[in-house]
Design a protein around this ligand. Structure first.
Ligand SMILES: [Zn+2]
Length: 316
């Protein structure tokens, strides 16, 4: 948990300097024109604090900026000390933290806490393009789909013994065994939408493992191999000569997500589901077992605040 004595939680200058150190490890760069020449960037200083502390002037484009310009923190009047604390609380807690609890711990309104949490989730979102596909030759990728939604919207209707997904929120996710997970909210889980997620996010040299759902056989042929377990036949793990066929990894991911959502985030609008998925994926992909510490998780969030600023016109 966060060391609450750390000055970044109390001293706005220290909070800003700490953020500058993470975002500008090689010195400040201008977010307007990209200028990074230290001789052409000046810190605007003055005795009267008539300007924002940490304000820089760019000699290339004559623009001004601070460390939060172009980030998800931009244009909020929220002190950076509170951003640091919120980031520590969300990044270090195993199950996340509700806006209600953030509101109490940060001493901000509920609405502000809600805004902050969503902006931090945005910073947690993985840049899928730059991290490349999951899996690869000799690697196993498990894929599965699940349905999630508040109880009152889940219909009990079933189709051929399986719950109908007509009124629920569909999630398709894939995980590299021993590696990272990626979860997606899709409008409807179908052969086509599942294939789209799989081929965009998994290396086709991987071995695909799924249950016997009819979403996977055709797409499975595009992979090096496709092995299935027959859950309806009571088979959950199958030991073969050189591999173990199961989808337990991805099912555990779903179960952590659902427990967290029910326990911490009772109210989740469908429009925001992808952000909660990003939060849970972020934590899974930086789990302690892989050598990540709370501080590393917080730093990763702070590195991710770049260029993803959201503007919420209404809170709900
Ligand atoms: Zn500039």
């Amino acid at each position: 948990m966060a060391d609450l004595q750390n000055p970044i939680f109390h001293d706005e200058d220290k909070a800003r300097e700490a953020l500058e150190a993470i975002r500008w490890p090689h010195g400040p760069y201008c977010p307007h024109c990209g200028n990074a020449n230290p001789d052409k960037i000046a810190l605007i200083e003055g005795k009267k604090q008539s300007h924002r502390p940490g304000l820089r002037y760019c000699n290339e484009c004559k623009g001004q900026f601070t460390v939060t310009v172009g980030t998800v923190f931009e244009r909020s009047k929220i002190p950076l000390t509170k951003w640091w604390l919120a980031t520590h609380l969300l990044g270090a807690s195993k199950k996340g933290m509700s806006a209600h609890q953030l509101h109490r711990m940060l001493g901000v309104t509920y609405k502000t806490a809600w805004f902050m949490a969503h902006r931090i989730r945005e910073a947690m979102k993985e840049d899928v393009k730059s991290s490349g596909p999951l899996g690869g030759e000799g690697k196993i990728v498990e894929a599965d789909e699940t349905y999630f939604g508040p109880k009152d919207t889940i219909k009990k209707r079933t189709i051929r013994g399986k719950p109908s997904n007509s009124s629920k929120r569909s999630i398709v996710a894939l995980v590299e065994r021993g590696g990272s997970v990626r979860s997606f909210h899709v409008e409807r889980a179908t052969k086509a939408s599942v294939r789209d997620v799989l081929v965009r996010n998994a290396d086709r040299k991987s071995t695909l493992m799924t249950d016997e759902s009819n979403f996977y056989p055709i797409t499975g042929r595009e992979f090096a191999d496709h092995a299935t377990v027959k859950h309806t036949g009571g088979e959950y793990v199958r030991y073969e000569a050189d591999r173990i066929v199961h989808t337990n990894t991805i099912e555990n991911v779903f179960s952590v997500f659902k427990r967290g959502m029910v326990g911490v985030y009772q109210h989740c609008g469908e429009a925001h589901l992808h952000r909660y998925l990003a939060e849970f994926d972020f934590r899974y992909n930086r789990r302690t077992k892989l050598g990540f510490t709370d501080q590393m998780r917080v730093d990763a969030i702070m590195e991710g605040i770049d260029g993803k600023r959201l503007t919420y016109r209404s809170a709900h």
